[in-house]
Design a protein around this ligand. Sequence first.
Ligand SMILES: [Zn+2]
Length: 337
Amino acid sequence: MKAWILEAPQKLVLKEFAPTEISENQIKVKIEEVLLANSDYEIYTGESRRKYPFIMGRNAVGVVSKVEGDNPFFSKMDRVAIEPYIPCEACDECKNDEYEKCSNMQELGNNCNGLLQNFVDLPYTLLHRLPNNLSNEKALFVPYVAFCLNVIDALNLEKGRHIAIFSSTKTGLILAQLVAYYQAVPVFVSNREELLDAARSLGIFYSINPDQVDVESEILAITGGRMCNELVLLSNSDFNMKDVYNVAAVNANICLAGYSNKESKLSVAQICKKHLNIFGVYNGAGSYSSAINLLVTDTINVESLIGRTVPFDKLDEEMSKTNAADLVLKSKIVKIN
Ligand SMILES: [Zn+2]
């Protein structure tokens, strides 16, 4: 077994371990590909600190290498996407079978060791079998689509309504496609030109850069003065909160989505004055099967988000040459032989 260990910020070391024995209900997965996105890069640089040593990697696909006991769901060589959320099974929500609401959720590669290793032992409940016609590269985006599905579930989506999406990250591109799929109208607001270009080529007609135009008057014109009843702010983004309040209609819902460490100042006065309803969505737990289906049918297009392939054993060299701007639109893909 081999794993990349982050021993300190920007210090990755490849280590070998003795093979492990899997226990009842576990499956040994050979990891084939791991996605490297901005949030992983922030962990690598130490901008987002972890307890070291730490194994990065939240999004991965692999093949089943060994099954313990009689498991009717998986057999050797099945291709699988790995759901990184491990519910605690002890909190009130878990005892109520509402695992996706677990108040003590562990997430591989975020608050516990992740998937940048060649073999992992996992409970079979975290695995989702992949259809043959879904490539590994596309399947790496299953967690993004699942997360956006949970955002959609939390919103009150109505046909023809304008939904403002404030996003400095590629997650906003997936969310905008989903909003359009559910027949609402996405208004994509981003300060990243490469994301705005990608949005336009995906058919997201209203794509606005707040550094270049006045967002409030643009959205006033787009919505015929009604402004937006539903807004999403991807929490890993840099925006002036004033813009977000200004385009919200009275009684609007604002969804803060994601788990970034970035802080935004919320104005209590603005929230009260407009009777805004603000809530958070943190993960994609519970929506993996639907996400796989949306990707295999090409309902969600992630082609423009697939970046360069990096060999597993060259990861340290590659990371030392990477900078945050390289990963805004395209994620790198680590291939494990
Ligand atoms: Zn729990």
